[in-house]
Each structure stands twice: as C-alpha cells, then as structure tokens.
Design a protein around this ligand. Structure first.
Ligand code: CP
Ligand code: NVA
Length: 303
C-alpha cells in the first residue's frame, strides 16, 4: 500500500492489518503515549474544503507519533486554479514525507498520487472518505466486539461517506442495508465494486424505505443531506430527504440495542434529531474520537 485513496484499493487482509494497528496504537497511547516512530517526518495537510475532525486528527496523530504537520488552506494553495495537482505533488514531495489532501474532484487526489514521490492520503473527496470509514470500522469493532456479521443500515444520501463505508463493510464481512431516495443512491458501478470486494459473510441490500432498512440493524448510520460543494442543491434536497430523518420514530423500527453513528458535522434537525444524536444509543463522539487512532494507523503504515 503506497497511497490511501479509497478502501476499494485495499485487500481484506490489508484493511484488517490497518485496524489491528489502530487498536494497538490506541492502547499504546492510552497507556501513556506513542513511540516517536515518525520523528523528523512532516505531513502536509492540503485542504480545498473546511474541516474540524480530519484536520485535527491528522495533525495530532503526527504530533503523537513524533512528527510535524503543516496546514495548507484552500486560499494559499488554490490547487486546480493557481497550480495543477501534478505540480503541487512534485513540489511538496521535496519538502514533506506525506500529503493528506481534502478535495472536491476525486481526480485531484489521483493526480497527486500519480505525481508525488511521497504517500498521498485522501482526507475526503466528492467520491470517497476512506479515513472516516477506517475510524467507523474501529468504532463498530469496539462497540460490537466484531465486524463480521454486524448489520449496518445507512439511511440518507448515497455519498462519499456511504461509498467508503460500503467498501469497508464488504471487506470485513458485514451486512449493509442502504436506504436512499430515488435519484440519491449510489451508482450501478458502486454496486459492482461492492460485489467485487465482498468477502466471507458480506452482503448488501438497497432500499427506498428507511423503516425496512433499519429493521434488523445493529447500527444506524447517517450523514448530511447536502454535502460540501452541493450547497446550491440544498432547497431541492430539503424537499426530498425528510422521510429519511434519523429520529425516535425511525429508531422504534430498529432493535432496542441498535447504536447510531454519524461522521459529523451534523445538520441537526435535518438528517438527525437532537434527541437521537444526544441519546444513550448515539456513539457519534467516540466515533469522532476514533479518527485520531485510525489516522495514526494510516500514518504509521504509509510514512
Ligand atoms: N467527519 C469529518 O471528516 O469531519 P470534518 O469535515 O470536520 O473533517
Ligand atoms: N458527506 C459529507 C461528509 C463530511 C465529513 C461531505 O462531503 O460534506
């Protein structure tokens, strides 16, 4: 594994190794601190979109492992307009030992990886959010004690977060039910990819009815209805998505032991209500905290 652009590039074994590494680094950190295995190394954090979790978890991950992180805001680099991703990749490769990039067009991380001589990590593109999915799998593993056989229902927009979670679920033997409105689900190509990644025990189902999707779920997962870059579609989306809100009524259709996840930031009152996000069934904050440990595993593995 040279770069980390999409979980669909990983084998099931590579993904399990990353998860084991995350578990080990988390234990080590909780026991007093990590070994400075990245001493003298620097990671560029290149952002075309805003971030809280991704920025802070990668930066603190580098600090905990003895290295440095360098924040590069959209305004200063202007990748794609001031300079091409290919040029940015070759220039940064002369200064830092890794590049984490958050972009609109997924092709930008692909191009960075093609031209960089250092590892490139996708910190979210319009297509995928693999670093999030790794933290999500770690969180499910901690709360359910296993991944194989766990049933996740994703309710809402079929987006970057859905796609990466589906890849992760298929590589780890989980069952994933996805309920999205017509026109807002993943593509035929995504179902083919999911099929090709399916390991022992893994399966997925596609629904339009959210109550049917959550019936047997151990985990209900949701994300915003309007992702970054889709702001001009907001009114149109708000008209379509309300039946997909994760609220107490939907939770009554699920098992009482069902846990609720959200990658955050949440648009509270839209895809998730406060009384669900802040309920004892919600694990959204342990999930956010696990970004730190999952991101450290990626850094330790690649850098
Ligand atoms: N979940 C996530 O990636 O959060 P940020 O957009 O704040 O980084
Ligand atoms: N789907 C969301 C995820 C944010 C972490 C977005 O792309 O804006």
């Amino acid at each position: 594994m040279k770069h980390f652009l999409s979980l669909s590039d990983l084998s099931s074994e590579e993904l399990h190794q990353l998860l084991e590494l995350a578990v080990r680094l988390k234990k080590e950190w909780q026991a007093g601190g990590n070994q400075p295995i990245l001493r003298g190394k620097a990671l560029a954090l290149l952002f075309q979109k805003p971030s809280l979790r991704t920025r802070v978890s990668f930066e603190m991950g580098m600090v905990h492992l003895g290295g440095h992180a360098l924040m590069l805001s959209p305004e200063e680099v202007k990748m794609g307009s001031r300079e091409t991703p290919a040029d940015v990749a070759r220039v940064l490769s002369g200064y830092v030992q890794g590049i984490m990039a958050r972009v609109f067009d997924h092709q930008h991380v692909v191009e960075l990886a093609e031209y960089a001589s250092v590892p490139v990590i996708n910190g979210l593109s319009d297509d995928a959010h693999p670093a999030q999915a790794l933290a999500d799998l770690l969180t499910i593993l901690e709360h359910k004690g296993k991944l194989e056989g766990v049933r996740v229902a994703y309710v809402g927009d079929g987006n970057n977060v859905t796609r990466s979670l589906l890849h992760g679920a298929m590589l780890t033997g989980m069952h994933m039910a996805i309920a999205s409105p017509a026109g807002y689900t993943l593509t035929e190509e995504d179902w083919d990819t999911a099929e090709s990644l399916r390991t022992h025990g893994a399966s997925f189902e596609i629904y339009q009815d959210p109550t049917a999707a959550v019936a047997e779920a151990d985990i209900i997962y949701t994300d915003v209805w309007t992702s970054m870059g889709q702001e001009n579609e907001r009114a149109q989306r708000l008209a379509v998505f309300p039946p997909y809100q994760v609220n107490q009524t939907l939770l009554r259709h699920a098992k009482p032991s069902c846990l609720v996840m959200h990658c955050l930031p949440a648009h509270r009152g839209e895809e998730i209500t406060d009384d669900v996000a802040d309920s004892p069934q919600s694990i959204v904050f342990p999930q956010a905290a696990n970004r730190l440990h999952a991101q450290k595993a990626i850094l330790a593995q690649l850098l």
